[in-house]
Design a protein around this ligand. Sequence first.
Ligand code: SF4
Length: 427
Amino acid sequence: MSDARRPQRLHIGLFGRRNAGKSSLCNALCGQDAALVSPVPGTTTDPVEKVMELAPLGPVVLLDTPGLDDAGELGAQRVARSLRTLEEVDVALIVLENQLWGTPERDLAALLKEADVPFGIVCNCRDEAAEQAARGLGPEGFALPASVPLAVCRLDGGATTPAGALDCVRELLVRLRPQEEEPPLLRDLLPPQGRLLLVCPQDGSAPRGRLIMPQVQAIRDALDGDALCLVATDKALGAALNSLREPPQLIVCDSQVIASVAAAVPPDVPLTTFSVLMARLKGDLPLLARGAAALRGLCPGDTVLVQEACSHHPQADDIGRVKIPRLLARLAGGELHCRLLAGRHWQDYDAVSRPRAVVHCGGCTLSRRQMTRRLLTAQRAHLPMTNYGMAISLAQGVLERVLSPFPEALAAYREACLDLNARAGHA
Ligand code: SF4
């Protein structure tokens, strides 16, 4: 079993009406009774997840969702939950019982298109005659372009469905899989066997007994790139620098200690933060740099959304609840209304509170696609967005320095600052 981390797994959403065969498909694909199957419509009441290896795709998460045609007050809530799953999926399968294609499927196909999620149709047929008929229809039979792939199979066996019966579904998923590659985290910033220094403070807010995900990823990416990697706490920074015959070719540090590290490191040594690296890995670094510039235009009383991608127990000096609001207030020169939105699901922006910007966490548990979707939503709402670490570097006066290894992002930040100054001059 691969140890691929969750954000790197292909997220496959199974959608359709109640009793269309979504749970049977989920069980058939994983060869287990992962999802409860029964002839009673609406057996799946919450999305069910199955983390697995699916040949030939590799590591995946299957998301089996409640029926899209559920009725009543509770049913509407289940449908809403199904639709929220759209934010998470990389590809979607619309499962039909026989050839039943109607309003729920049409509406779903429109939503998937709007969200830019590649999707295909799986026709779950009751008998051979239905199979023949479905094969003859093709996607055009459902008023969809021929480019939408279609798989026809019989799933009534659920987990005991013969593997061969699913070959068409696997082929369909291979066709749907997005081809985009994640950029490297840092190895492209170093020459072969380049000297890398990672500064990882291990204070009270660090998890006990382990490093956080961006630090682990940085070490792994450095090793993949054949770099020479030295890891030290901020307290040992001076000793680490002194231990090297030549200065590091890149230093990466935690945003929370960027001010002291930037002061201690000679200006000609390239320096950045884990947050900047994650911003590039997960999304669009120039766009997030422009978002950081917008924070310079905040005024007291403005509303800012502070968004976290997962929920956690708040700590005494919690970053999203205390530190970020405090530093934004310092930037604005007075108190702001900071609204914390935490959780795996993306929330619609509340137009009533007229937010001026979004400051998002590093999104280490999100895939690049999920983060990009969040960025796009913000962009459509004309909301500048940046991340915690970039906001911290801005408030500490070192954002230009930590963006220096990324000329495009630095240029975007400077341009946005000039725009802001020009607008302020006209006001
Ligand atoms: S996703 Fe965001 S809130 Fe969750 S652990 Fe990662 S950085 Fe923290």
